[in-house]
Ligand binder design. Structure first.
Ligand code: NIG
Length: 424
């Protein structure tokens, strides 16, 4: 048993067994317990409470002594905060090498789409991945997994999409599964065969969509390698019609839709995602009142990826308007080599506060509870709730919980506990 005592404040406490995402004003409603303790038994967050409940100096600290004598490990968190581990619901964590050459092109003024049109971008990563062995991919992805754990992330969604052939897509998904088996991260996987049109289908996109539908989806599903199906629904990538066909086929095999939507244009992606009951539509830089209203009336989560918006130097989506309309907003990193080579959820929370005017409470809950909803793990993760899995992090001493998104590069995550075990 691990006993964490004298916690300055326990952040993101939720006493209910709610599994629906937080929307509207609920997102800011974050419970914080001051001067608190937590007990971890096995992989569970068994109990928590206020230090004062454990007795007092006059009557004797009876319960405190009982807990301390039962504990295998006692952590004194004086001056520190305990947060639920981040739930990062959109990443491309499995990729080969890096693409800093494109970073230079970008500095020289080329846009993401121009780089892609010249054969760079996603297709660059496709070639690199093709020439990298499965074990080497695991090694590289594990380094990133370890990096994000140290940032305080406990659950992550990982997409394929740098394979674009059956063999390489399966290779990616197997690597993602191995990250879930060989690290303490909870991993959910998404088949993203429709990430870009591979060279061999240049000028014949429909034939590639046919291959995704007829050859890739059945095998991905039968091997149980993915829970979700995704597409990059954008001009120059996949049309609404392509995506419609892909989702239709995926649903027949039990794959739940998620969607790269409205990143570069008003593509109709949000409308399509909502029509298919997608778990989430992600990016959403190009959205307006019509999209907000649709999202507010649906169960589809609006996942914002401010790291990519920042890196691509675009205008940020109007998250305030989305929240006000009643949409369920989540935050994720989109960790990938092209548009966001960063897996730090705290930085996403900082960007959400600074660039999209979320309050720290909204940003924290969008990056934990709503992220967990966007990966269907909220029954286990995403909040400090008795009975949930013990996935949390302890900060360095801080003046307030708002200090975390405020001091946006200070290494403040001190101890990470995943599945009830201290990491590292
Ligand atoms: O979510 N937009 C499409 N996919 C990624 C970028 C992938 C890449 O450039 O390698 C994204 O931004």
């Amino acid at each position: 048993m691990i006993f964490i005592k004298n916690i300055k404040a326990l952040v993101g406490v939720r006493e209910s067994d709610r599994i629906e995402p937080l929307r509207g004003a609920e997102l800011a409603d974050m419970a914080v317990l001051e001067n608190a303790w937590v007990v971890i038994e096995g992989d569970r967050l068994a109990d928590y409470g206020e230090m004062d409940e454990l007795g007092n100096q006059e009557q004797g600290w009876e319960q405190l002594q009982a807990l301390e004598s039962r504990a295998d490990q006692i952590i004194d968190a004086t001056g520190r905060f305990v947060f639920p581990a981040w739930c990062d619901s959109h990443t491309h964590l499995v990729y080969a090498g890096s693409r800093e050459r494109e970073f230079m092109d970008k500095i020289r003024g080329l846009s993401y789409q121009e780089i892609a049109r010249r054969g760079g971008g996603i297709l660059n990563s496709v070639e690199l991945l093709h020439n990298t062995s499965e074990d080497e991919l695991v090694r590289q992805a594990k380094e990133r997994a370890e990096e994000i754990i140290r940032f305080g992330t406990g659950a992550v969604e990982i997409k394929s999409g740098y394979g674009l052939s059956l063999e390489d897509e399966l290779k990616m998904l197997r690597v993602a599964r191995r990250i879930g088996e060989e690290t303490p991260l909870t991993v959910k996987t998404t088949f993203l065969g429709a990430h870009a049109v591979p060279m061999r289908y240049k000028g014949n996109q429909t034939a590639y969509v046919d291959e995704i539908i007829n050859e890739m989806i059945p095998v991905v599903a039968s091997e149980g390698l993915a829970e979700y199906i995704d597409a990059f629904c954008e001009e120059g990538f996949f049309t609404v019609e392509d995506t419609d066909r892909i989702f239709n086929a995926g649903l027949k095999y039990g794959l739940i839709p998620k969607l790269h939507a409205n990143q570069m244009s008003f593509s109709g992606g949000v409308q399509l995602g909502v029509k298919y009951g997608a778990r989430s539509v992600d990016h959403l830089e190009f959205t307006g009142p019509q999209e907000y209203a649709l999202l507010a009336q649906s169960d589809t989560i609006a996942t914002l990826l401010p790291g990519a918006t920042f890196f691509l130097e675009m205008d940020f989506p109007n998250a305030r308007a989305m929240i006000q309309a009643g949409a369920a907003v989540a935050l994720a990193t989109n960790y990938n080599p092209g548009s966001c080579p960063c897996g730090d959820m705290r930085f996403m929370a900082s960007l959400a506060c600074l660039k999209m005017k979320l309050t720290p409470e909204e940003a924290i809950q969008a990056a934990t509870f709503n992220g967990a909803c966007a990966m269907d793990v909220v029954d286990e993760l995403g909040s400090i709730t008795a009975g949930k899995r013990a996935n949390l992090f302890i900060t360095k001493p801080m003046s307030s919980y708002e200090f975390l998104p405020y001091a946006f590069t200070t290494p403040l995550v001190d101890t990470v506990i995943l599945n009830g075990a201290i990491y590292g």
